[in-house]
Design a protein. Structure first.
Length: 131
C-alpha cells in the first residue's frame, strides 16, 4: 500500500461559515427541576400511604372497641330483662308490704294558677289493709 496525499477540499458554494457561534453544553436546569418534582411527588405518595395506613390502624382499633361495647351492651340488656321480670319483683314487693289493690278510684285534681285551672283525672288504687 502506498500513501496518497489528500485532495484539496472542494469549495462548495452552498456552505458558509457563521462567525461567533460555538457549541453549548446541554442545559441541566430542566433536568434538575424534573428530578426535584419527581422526588417531591414520591415523598408525597409515601406520606399519603403512611397516613392511610395509620388511619386504617385507628379504624381497626375503633372497630374492636365498638365490638366490645356492643357485647357489654347486649349483656346489660339481658341483665335488665332479668331484673324487670315480674316473677322476680313480686316476692320482693310482698316482703316490703306492697300489695295489688282491690279497688280502683278516680280523683279530680285542679292544677294551675289564677284563671288557668286544669282538671286532671288521677286514678288511685285502694287496697285493703293488711291484718
Amino acid at each position: 500500500m502506498t500513501a496518497r496525499p489528500l485532495r484539496s477540499p472542494s469549495i462548495d458554494s452552498r456552505l458558509r461559515v457563521i462567525p461567533g457561534t460555538r457549541a453549548r453544553r446541554p442545559a441541566t436546569a430542566p433536568w434538575v427541576v424534573v428530578s426535584v418534582i419527581a422526588i417531591v411527588a414520591f415523598l408525597g405518595l409515601v406520606g399519603a400511604r403512611t397516613a392511610l395506613d395509620r388511619a386504617a390502624f385507628e379504624q381497626m382499633a375503633l372497630d374492636i372497641a365498638i365490638a366490645e361495647q356492643a357485647s357489654i351492651n347486649q349483656r346489660l340488656r339481658i341483665e335488665i330483662a332479668e331484673m324487670e321480670n315480674p316473677a322476680r319483683i313480686a316476692p320482693l314487693a310482698e316482703e316490703l308490704g306492697l300489695v295489688i289493690p282491690s279497688q280502683r278510684r278516680q280523683l279530680l285534681v285542679s292544677v294551675g294558677r289564677g284563671d288557668e285551672n286544669v282538671d286532671l283525672a288521677v286514678t288511685t288504687y285502694r287496697s285493703e289493709p293488711r291484718s
